[in-house]
Design a protein around this ligand. Structure first.
Ligand code: ADP
Ligand code: MG
Length: 556
């Protein structure tokens, strides 16, 4: 029998190093990860078998089994899911395919102190590789559904692994863990029972403990969580299901479990995370909303289910109406899916609206994590633009925290017609900008925009509550009509108060124009400054200054 030796991808080695040497105390989670993978593998095969029932002929009851040997200190996790062939093994257990995990490794290598890396491990988990937290040797014997050859993958987690041909009865995957001395008690029945109950109760496939006395014991509830009545689901179960279905390791900020009835029927179990996933801006990122049809897994991360500006939402949608044999290709432009997408979007919008009112602090934290993505909806999702605009929060020259446009409008000065904004890289620099002096002096509030996405939605939206958005860096941002707070401030038009005469000013302006030549379009007197001598502005019809800078950076 030939055995092939291979090296892990550099990132995997680094990850394994972190896993083995981390001080992370909660080793139990390795079992959650392996059971989660076994359950995913069963879901995948169940889907494949819809079009090709041969694949599960003779073995159609999916199950996950745990076998222990406390003499040899071995724990084995067995599933009859889709299995892996040789190429799958190399791809899945030799590299880091998951872009979230890849980003995690990157963050870990930058986190210098141990405390920080422990926090990170707790938050992000490491999937299959967590097996090396408890085992010094891992063997994966597997046969892919529909294929004849079985394979055995073996590694001690130290840079290399081997792959060899193997013998195996049926299809599926068998993971054998040779436990470390200090992890022996993972062969104890009470221990396994407790871990499965805690972390894997929501798994829809039975997790069966093969007992020493020959009897079998099913350890979990084994009914899909979203199909159970809300009243029977605990917070902990909702959280664990979030971690499983979203491949996430934070706690959800919002859990939304509901039944849509009427024209279209589906169950939604939606989660809004607390933390922004590392890869939210990665164009190759797959979403984590899973589509099921009457409890059968169909696909994950279908663009047809959610608009891109809600791509951080994860969970499950289970449709009653879609045909079971719907192929992933057929999902595109499926009219039912469009309806589900609209339903989910409306549901999420109203949840966000009520949180924005009832839980201001929580909502602001949400906005900090996901606001820049939500704002994409302002130019991409025309139908919902007004609702999204009301959900948007901004930093401003007057308020310290976050402010809504409605609050801004309520604070507008008498005679103020526009909503003013300034954009740039960071809030503190913007606060110090000389462009704001005139506005501050008149008590006029200015929104401080720092997200690149702001340059895109602003021109597309143009108005809120019939008031134009106006950049303070434009010549026309005129404050003459705004009544000042204090009458003594209002002397700008008063010629006698001027330090220089109009004639002197004309001479000065002419001299500056000659000095600057063609590098500026015009030089003007202005009442927008109070303490600085001059500032740069853009003409009413020109591009906003920051947009111009962004375009220059991209050589347009
Ligand atoms: P993730 O589950 O987030 O994709 P993991 O590290 O947990 O990442 O697993 C890596 C990959 O290995 C999985 O995506 C899957 O393709 C494969 N895999 C792991 N366990 C199994 C299994 N029991 N059966 C089939 N494939 C598996
Ligand atoms: Mg996994």
């Amino acid at each position: 029998m030939t055995e092939e030796k291979m090296r892990f991808e550099a990132e995997v080695s680094r990850l394994l190093d972190i896993v083995v040497h981390s001080l992370y105390s909660n080793k139990d989670i390795f079992l959650r990860e392996l059971i989660s993978n076994a359950s995913d593998a069963c879901d995948k095969l169940r889907y494949e078998a819809i079009g090709n029932p041969e694949l599960i002929a003779g073995d159609s009851e999916f199950k996950i089994r745990l076998m222990t040997d406390n003499v040899r200190n071995v724990l084995t996790i067995i599933d009859n899911g889709i299995g892996m062939n040789k190429a799958d093994l190399v791809e899945n257990l030799g590299t880091i395919a998951n872009s979230g995990t890849a980003k995690f490794v990157e963050a870990m290598s930058q986190a210098k102190d141990a405390k920080k890396s422990v926090d990170l491990i707790g938050q992000f988990g490491v999937g299959f590789y967590s097996a090396f937290m408890v085992a010094n040797k891992v063997e994966v014997t597997t046969k892919k559904a529909g294929e004849d050859q079985a394979w055995k993958w073996t590694s001690d987690g130290k840079g290399e692994y081997t792959i060899a041909e193997a013998e195996m009865e049926g299809r599926g995957t068998q993971i054998t863990l040779h436990l470390n001395e200090d992890a022996k008690d993972f062969t104890e029945e009470y221990r396994l029972r407790h871990i499965v109950k805690t972390y894997s109760d929501h798994i829809g496939i039975p997790v069966i403990l093969m007992k020493a006395d020959g009897g079998d014991e099913t350890l979990n509830e084994a009914s899909a969580l979203w199909t159970r009545p809300k009243s029977e689901i605990t917070d902990e179960q909702y959280k664990e299901f979030y971690k499983h279905s979203s491949h996430a390791f934070d706690d959800p900020w919002k859990t939304i479990h509901y039944q849509a009835e009427g024209a279209i029927e589906y169950t939604g179990l939606l989660y809004i995370p607390t933390m922004r996933p590392f890869d939210l801006y990665d164009p190759s990122r797959k979403g984590h909303l899973k589509l099921y049809v009457r409890k059968v897994f169909i696909t994950e991360g279908a663009d047809e289910l959610l608009p891109p500006w809600l791509r951080f939402v994860s969970g499950v949608v289970d449709s009653q109406d879609l045909p079971l044999n719907v192929s992933r290709e057929m999902l595109q432009d499926h009219p039912l899916l469009t309806k589900i997408k609209n339903g989910l979007t409306k549901k999420l919008l109203s949840e966000l609206e009520s949180s924005a009112k009832k839980d201001i602090e929580g909502y602001n934290t949400f906005w900090e994590a996901f606001g820049s993505v939500v704002k994409e909806g302002l130019y991409e999702d025309y139908a919902n633009r007004d609702r999204i605009l009301k959900l948007a929060r901004f930093k401003s020259s007057k308020a310290d925290g976050w402010t809504s446009l409605e609050d801004y409008v309520n604070r507008m000065k008498e005679g103020q017609k526009a909503i003013y904004y300034i954009s740039g890289e960071d809030v503190d620099a913007l606060r110090r900008s000389p462009q704001l002096e005139g506005f501050d002096a008149k008590g006029v509030e200015v929104l401080l925009l720092t997200d690149p996405v702001d340059e895109f939605w602003m021109p597309a939206v143009g108005q809120f509550d019939e008031k134009d958005f106006k950049s303070v860096t434009r010549g026309g941002a005129d404050l003459n009509d705004v009544k000042a707070d204090d009458a003594s401030d209002d002397k700008k038009d008063d010629a006698e108060d001027k330090a220089v005469s109009d004639a002197e000013l004309d001479t000065l302006i002419a001299a500056i124009k000659i000095a600057l030549g063609t590098s500026v379009k015009d030089v003007r007197e202005s009442d927008r400054l109070t303490s600085s001598a001059c500032c740069l502005i853009a003409d009413e019809t020109d591009m906003d200054l920051r947009m111009e800078r962004l375009m220059k950076q991209h050589n347009r």
